[in-house]
Every structure is written in C-alpha cells, then in structure tokens.
Design a protein around this ligand. Structure first.
Ligand code: HEM
Length: 143
C-alpha cells in the first residue's frame, strides 16, 4: 500500500503523553510522595544494613571473646565517629523494620487505598524518627 493511500485510511495520530524514568540528575529536585520516600529509604536502609553486617559482627565478636576485647569494644564504640555510624545503622534498622512491617501489612491487601497508604507511610516516619532520636540520646549519654 502506498504512503498516500495509508494516510487517507488511518486516523490522524494523536499526541500521546510520554512517561519517562527520571534522570539521576533530577533525584534531588524530584518531590516524592511519603510512600515513595518510605520505599526508597527502605531500599537504602536494607542495603546499609547488609553492607555494614561485617562491622556489626566484628563488634559483636569483640563483645564476647574476653574481658580485654570487651574493653577494646568500649574504647572503639566510645569514639564520636563510631557513635555516628552506629546511630545511622540504628536509623537504618528502625526504618527498615517499621517500613518492612508496613509492607507486610500492605501485602495482606490492608490499607492499599491512596489515603490509608499515605497515612501509614507518614506513620513509619512518626515511629522510626523519634525512636532513632531516643537511641541517639542514649548513645551520646544524655540519659
Ligand atoms: C528487622 C526486621 C526486618 C523486616 C521486618 C524486613 C522486611 C523486609 C521486607 C518486607 C522487604 C521486602 C520489601 C518489598 O516488598 O519491596 C525487605 C527487603 C529487604 N531487606 Fe529487610 N527486613 C528486616 C531486616 C533486614 C535486615 C537485618 C537486612 C540486612 C541485613 C535486610 C535487608 C533487606 C534488603 C537488602 C531488602 C531488599 C530491598 C530492596 O531491594 O528494595 N532486612 N525487608
């Protein structure tokens, strides 16, 4: 069929919307809804927990071997930079735990609608952030 006869038969093509993945340079300016923030942070916290497992196991090991190794652990864990790392890992654990429970509930088809899903995403932050702050205060010896 010739090009001219094709254009007479087919309706005029409408301009359709195009959906693209965001570019890496847009990450900071892209505003995600709360559920999207929980999701990306769940992935980041899962990866952080996994990548820092060797450090945590080493610290755990030091806590068990002997009195001397326990003293070494106390010395290492007393450094401010180690406290910051541990605080970051506590946030990762608490966010991952609370968001993970949210996902397990969503997997049961509970709270899938837009409103409840947004509320449960905000609840993840409302639980995990104060718990992290509390852990931070304890870690830095405020109480
Ligand atoms: C504390 C209890 C935990 C709960 C309740 C939990 C829950 C979950 C759930 C439900 C998922 C799947 C999320 C989805 O459907 O996309 C997940 C993914 C994952 N979890 Fe956990 N998890 C826990 C602890 C951990 C720990 C200790 C680690 C690491 C050592 C970890 C690492 C990961 C990773 C890497 C993923 C994949 C994340 C992704 O690719 O998006 N989780 N977790």
């Amino acid at each position: 069929m010739s090009q001219t006869s094709q254009s007479t038969i087919l309706p005029k093509a409408r301009k359709r919307p195009q959906f693209r993945n965001i570019h890496v340079s847009q990450i900071v300016s892209y505003s995600l809804p709360p559920a999207g923030m929980v999701s990306i942070l769940h992935r980041i916290s899962g990866a952080a927990l996994f990548l820092f497992l060797p450090l945590l196991l080493w610290l755990f090991d030091l806590s068990l071997i002997s009195e001397l190794s326990f003293a070494r652990l106390a010395e290492i864990a007393g450094q401010w930079w180690m406290k910051l790392i541990l605080l970051g890992l506590m946030w990762a654990f608490l966010h991952h735990l609370v968001a993970g429970i949210r996902y397990l509930v969503l997997d049961l088809h509970i709270g899938l609608d837009k409103g409840p899903s947004r509320s449960s995403a905000l609840a993840v932050f409302a639980v995990s952030i104060p718990l992290t702050l509390l852990a931070g205060l304890r870690l830095f010896g405020v109480f």
